[in-house]
Write a protein that binds this ligand. Sequence first.
Ligand code: SAH
Length: 399
Amino acid sequence: MPPSRLRLHISQKAETAIRGGHPWLFADSIREQNRPGETGELAILYDRKDRFLAVGLFDDGSPIRVRLLHSGKPQNLDDTWWKEHLRQTLAKREGLFDAETTGWRCCHGENDRWPGLVLDRYDATLVLKLYTAAWFPWLDKLSALLTELIPHERLVLRLSRNIREKAAQSHLDDGQVLRGVIPERPVIFKETGLRFESDVIRGQKTGFFLDQRENRRHVEKLSAGRRTLNAFSFSGGFSLYAARGGAASVTDLDISSHALENAHRNFELNRDCPPIARCQHETVQADAFIWLKEAPRKTFDLVILDPPSLAKRETERADAINAYSFLARQGLALLRPNGILAAASCSAHVSAGEFFNAIRAAAQDIQPRFHEIQTSLQPPDHPAAFPEAHYLKCIFLRL
Ligand code: SAH
């Protein structure tokens, strides 16, 4: 006999959160559970009056015990539902990109009701990144769905560090090619007409930081004639835009030699663009926290700061704000008159307001009447549907 449906009755507080759109049920909010659950099976949540509340993926190994797929009216998650769910997610991106951009985020986790799952597209390669083992039993179904709805040649599986051991038990591996052939070299895609490599098999995240596209476009508009420093450059995303916008020179600064080699190749890939061919490009492999402090003052006209997340947990928030402030002060000190600072943060634990104010305060100390050019949050293919999902923010200002 098949096991009965997994049914959970939950606390009032969790009920309110879920009705308010929160995408998770924590283990300590479960009041009653009809039987032990298996990671990956569907769990149905009921309110105190025994009414259907939501359905989601059960995860026995995580304090986030259920990640919601659907809430509201009772719904059977059959094949038709899954297909429609993916179709609607893809429809949200329709019209956002023209043929000059072939890399974007198709599914942004919880915010698109694909909890713990990210799907990025790099030209004809799809990269599926999982953050919970609860998706493992669904991989065949997912792969079939993707084949049906998104034309692609290759599907690559990426796994967050914490689920790799569990994955090995299911014969799954980070970087495994689920469909198509293993790429011989990094995949090449276009962003706003620029060609970039993405190391989809081993690179950070899914191989590229697609979330900075809009901020890079803004850098292009501001870079003409400017000596530019791109700190925490990774593969030179911002740098190629700055170069195309007419920057006099671009210096990529990163601690990773792998990232800087990638930046060189990205410049090579775009040599046919005259301003990029003309732009003087150099790379510096160093710890930015040290290099910025020691670099000669007033030598740049545009400084970009895009460090990795500096607060991985709430307890690191205050230190992270101090670190952002430190970086901004160092970056500002390198600017010549009329210089521009672009500072970004991807720490979800530091709010946009806290971050912007820290950077403004740093600027004010150097020049009380600096000009704030703009602030920005996440791009439309990285929507934020609940408070914890807001992570990216960027501020541009001119001295
Ligand atoms: N701006 C990039 C993304 C940056 S990701 C883009 O647009 O694609 C953060 C980068 O910071 C990574 O490449 C990582 O190697 C680098 N990094 C991490 N710690 C560093 C440090 N202390 N000094 C310099 N670079 C560092």
